[in-house]
Design a protein around this ligand. Structure first.
Ligand code: TRP
Length: 360
């Protein structure tokens, strides 16, 4: 059996460069590597509703934003199936059966769920759907028999929980589901890109994101006001590169050849860092360099997005056709699951024959 990818994003906002380095860029590379038999990219609207039940319009509006970001980054509907989670009802059915294989205590231990509950200040009013979304995520992954799930580091506990569900299912009902593997970014500084304010994570509510669709001028302004080293006050002061957001972004984005192009006094990032640490290198200079590096990466994405924006019905058509393929795939897995669980009463001729015998 060939390798299969499933991954996705919640449509709660436009995608930012944290999504890009954490997962999106890699997906496009994997797509173009030709190593995968099938690739499914899901817009997780049903999961987005688990903590946005009162704001369906937000989810609805952001589906097209995420789809545009996908296409702009180079996900190609000819190679990858792009679909919308809610259009595949089989996923709910799978989740319903998986729920019997997971304890409440296990969900409570899931570190991502734990921190999200804190962040959202749910306290004692956690929506059940939100609390159980790791189980629904296991359905997303297993429905497509995914072998490989490229995601950011924060999603690792979800994949671990999925693997447990798969093992439990297979041990009770027989080998049916495929145990997936997580694929994290290989550049460590891309694991969790901080916000432009230096806070741990890019998040819309903190207003510290650089979006893939931001105009060049907005990117420049955001870069020029980025958090650096608060103790690096005068140019001659020695500066810190650890925890310095500009350097974290450079670690993640810049390539050696960009020095020759934009900052020829240095051969590579190590030389630039050394100078900063010694003192005598100002923040404006490193920010201007970062801006040039980011613009180079983001410009083609932004331009492609604008092209797709001119044909919105096409984008919806892509999602519709993708959802149909996804639905057919998930239906096949669900049929196998129901057979394994012995809840396939009407297509089991032997069952009926044996009951005939029993009541003779
Ligand atoms: N939880 C993911 C996120 O917040 C989105 C998601 C839903 C997902 N189902 C998935 C990711 C299945 C990978 C596999 O971004």
């Amino acid at each position: 059996m060939g390798k299969i990818i499933l991954t996705g994003d919640r449509p709660t906002g436009r995608l930012h460069i944290g999504h890009y380095v954490g997962s999106l860029k890699r997906r496009v590379e994997l797509q173009n590597s030709g190593e995968f038999e099938k690739i499914f990219i899901m817009i997780a609207d049903a999961q987005a509703l688990t903590d946005n039940a009162d704001n369906p319009e937000k989810v609805r509006q952001n589906i097209i934003e995420v789809a545009l970001d996908y296409l702009a980054c180079g996900l190609d509907p000819k190679k990858s199936t792009l679909f919308i989670q809610s259009q595949v009802p089989e996923l709910c059915e799978l989740a319903f059966y998986y729920m019997n294989l997971v304890t409440i205590a296990r969900l409570q231990r899931n570190p991502t769920v734990k921190s999200e509950i804190q962040m959202r200040k749910f306290e004692n009013s956690i929506p059940v759907g939100f609390f159980t979304y790791p189980i629904s995520q296991a359905s997303d992954i297993t429905a497509f028999k995914a072998t490989t799930v490229p995601v950011g580091e924060d999603q690792e506990p979800m994949i671990e929980q999925t693997r447990e569900i798969v093992r439990k299912f297979n041990s009770i009902y027989g080998e049916t589901l495929v145990e997936p593997e997580v694929l994290l970014p290989d550049n460590k500084s891309c694991l969790r890109l901080p916000g432009t304010d230096g806070k741990a994570k890019m998040s819309k509510s903190l207003g510290n994101c650089i979006y893939l669709s931001d105009e060049a001028e907005d990117v420049r302004k955001k870069v020029m006001s980025m958090y650096t080293d608060p103790n690096h006050i005068r140019i001659e002061d020695p500066g810190n590169v650890e925890g310095n957001t500009v350097f974290t972004y450079l670690d993640c984005f810049c390539k050696d050849e960009q020095f020759a192009k934009y900052l020829p006094d240095y051969a590579n990032l190590d030389e630039l860092k050394d100078h900063y640490k010694r003192g005598g290198l100002g923040d404006v200079k490193i920010k201007k360099f970062l801006n040039a590096v980011l613009q180079e990466e983001l410009e083609p994405i932004r331009e492609r997005r604008k092209e797709f924006q001119k044909d919105i019905p096409y984008v919806y058509q892509v999602l519709k056709e993708g959802s149909e393929i996804a639905q057919a795939t998930a239906a096949q897995t669900l049929a196998e699951v129901k057979q394994a669980m012995k809840i396939n009463y009407f297509d089991d001729v032997e069952l009926i024959a044996s009951q005939v015998e029993r009541f003779k």
